[in-house]
Design a protein around this ligand. Sequence first.
Ligand SMILES: CC(C)(COP(=O)(O)OP(=O)(O)OC[C@H]1O[C@@H](n2cnc3c(N)ncnc32)[C@H](O)[C@@H]1OP(=O)(O)O)[C@@H](O)C(=O)NCCC(=O)NCCS
Length: 166
Amino acid sequence: MTVSIRSEQPGDERAIRALTDAAFRDMPHADGDEGELIERLRVQGDLVLSLVACNSDKAIVGHISFSPVAIAGSEGKWYQLAPVSVIPSGQNSGIGSSLIEAGLDRLQGSGAAGILLVGDPDYYSRFGFTREHALTLSDALDPYLQMLQFEGDPPSGQITLAPAFG
Ligand SMILES: CC(C)(COP(=O)(O)OP(=O)(O)OC[C@H]1O[C@@H](n2cnc3c(N)ncnc32)[C@H](O)[C@@H]1OP(=O)(O)O)[C@@H](O)C(=O)NCCC(=O)NCCS
């Protein structure tokens, strides 16, 4: 499926919620909160970058969010990638990869020091994410915590996600 990527616009909110709920509905790792999470990020002013993928009919078929992350002792701008979703019927055709690459390009171009995420290393390593870092989030999530650094010294220590993540 050929898609175009653009920033979220007013009026996209319901489609983003519906596609996120649908994408995560049957995922074993999902907590069912992902669609609402994006709305909390938006309301709290932490939806730093929100991109949608549109098909040839201009329907939204994918979405990705980035929010700020605080790292104790680090002055660079770090962001968390989460969540990323593709409609079930469009998965495994490159849409998620296009969204991730577009988001990383934009944030690197805007001076971000790097991106963090919690996810499957088998998937995210293809974009350059690594578990080789000295950051911590929680005992349960640390095995899935990955980093992609654009510039600066490697950060270390405890990270704090946007309040929407609870
Ligand atoms: C994960 C997701 C965003 C990937 O987008 P996509 O457009 O389907 O993926 P792409 O076409 O870019 O890449 C396909 C690859 O992703 C892998 N993949 C798909 N979903 C995956 C998942 N949930 N976890 C790990 N890998 C996944 C496929 O196995 C495939 O791997 P291969 O290239 O080695 O064969 C999408 O499948 C999705 O919305 N899944 C449900 C929600 C979700 O799990 N989000 C991520 C939470 S960390």
